[in-house]
Write a protein that binds this ligand. Structure first.
Ligand code: FO1
Length: 323
């Protein structure tokens, strides 16, 4: 079986670890990773979501944080601080720096991000094929109004520095309009037996991937079923700031509203199936009424086995939707 998943950072990566555990030997998983969270710092290109997927599946992630490397040290950051060079609010550790140096060096030598990602994965052996959504530069920016007045900040500044404490007024995937899907992305969707939307942020992770012209259309037209898992449990995001960015696009923070936001494939949307948490079992009928097959199952990724169980439920729902 060929499975293609669209994924953001921590939630997406943890789900993929469960998906990888759930599939049979010989099944192939392709991951289309969000690169809208990418940021250029100290002359280096940092790709947080690609790295989070790569480290999580490759066994190098800091499990507690969910991002960055295990056994990390911080000498470079301290030296930068001694020079008065920031930003201090973004935590790049020494081990992680090596990834960004290799990536930036290869990009400067002319390799596209997709080839660089493949080269980095040759070390980490994530057990999936990891593709960036695009080789072009896309950066998610967030419009806010705070004590400094109305302004637009990089997504990482909104999330890491400002802790999403102010409302997001608009989400702008700068550069997405003119970006092209990376090599292999459209083929991975068109060639998949199942397309999965993990419980990643529907706006700044999955939404940004879908904003690359051609990708939303490819998912809507995928020959296989498309199933998603709700990142909202009991009216709140399991982690992250989905509530803030959903509000910015006029979507309520409920499992059913996110399903309706993606829409049913029967009416030009993206989903054949949607899993909600058992806490949201009451919303199954609403989702079904929207033309999307829906089941309530436990959706808290408390262990790899619990997450594999979620992935199995998603694949079963896909199989039913395909009938
Ligand atoms: N998240 C934080 O909350 N604080 C950080 O300082 C931070 C640094 C960082 C560095 C590299 C990286 O790959 C990820 C990092 N993250 C950090 C996670 C990241 O901000 C977000 O969780 C994702 O971009 C959202 O998917």
């Amino acid at each position: 079986m060929r499975i293609t998943a669209l994924a953001g950072g921590i939630g997406g990566a943890r789900f993929l670890r469960g998906l990888r555990a759930a599939v049979s030997p010989g099944d192939e998983i392709t991951v289309i990773g969000n690169t809208g969270d990418d940021i250029h710092l100290y002359g280096l290109k940092v790709c947080p979501d690609l790295d989070t997927v790569m480290y999580t599946l490759g066994g190098g992630i800091n499990e507690e944080q969910g991002w960055g490397r295990t056994g990390e040290t911080w000498s470079i950051k301290e030296e930068m601080k001694a020079y008065g060079v920031g930003p201090e609010w973004f935590g790049l550790g020494d081990r992680d720096f090596a990834t960004h140096i290799v990536r930036t060096q290869m990009l400067a030598a002319g390799y596209p991000l997709s080839a660089v990602t493949e080269a980095l994965c040759a070390r980490w052996q994530p057990g999936v094929r990891l593709l960036p959504m695009t080789d072009d530069r896309v950066e998610t920016h967030v419009r806010i109004t705070d004590a400094d007045g109305p302004r637009v900040v990089h997504f990482q500044e909104y999330w890491v520095r400002l802790h999403a404490a102010v409302d997001a007024e608009a989400i702008v995937p700068v550069g997405a309009d003119g970006a092209k899907p990376a090599p292999g992305v459209l083929e991975a969707i068109a060639g998949a037996d199942v397309v999965v939307l993990p419980p990643s942020n529907p706006v700044v992770s999955i939404g940004t991937i879908l904003a690359v012209p051609g990708i939303r259309e490819a998912v809507a037209a995928a020959p296989g079923p498309v199933v998603g898992l709700s990142p909202i449990v009991g009216g709140a995001p399991v982690r992250g700031m989905a509530d803030k960015v959903l509000a910015a696009v006029g979507v309520e923070t409920t499992a059913a509203a996110v399903a309706r936001h993606y829409g049913s494939r029967r009416s030009g949307g993206l989903l054949d199936g949607w899993l909600v948490d058992t806490a949201d079992a009451a919303s199954v009928d609403q989702v079904t009424a929207a033309g999307i097959a829906c089941r309530a199952v436990p959706l808290l990724m408390t262990s790899v086995e619990a997450t594999a169980e979620m992935a199995r439920a998603a694949l079963e729902l896909a199989a039913e939707a395909a009938k």
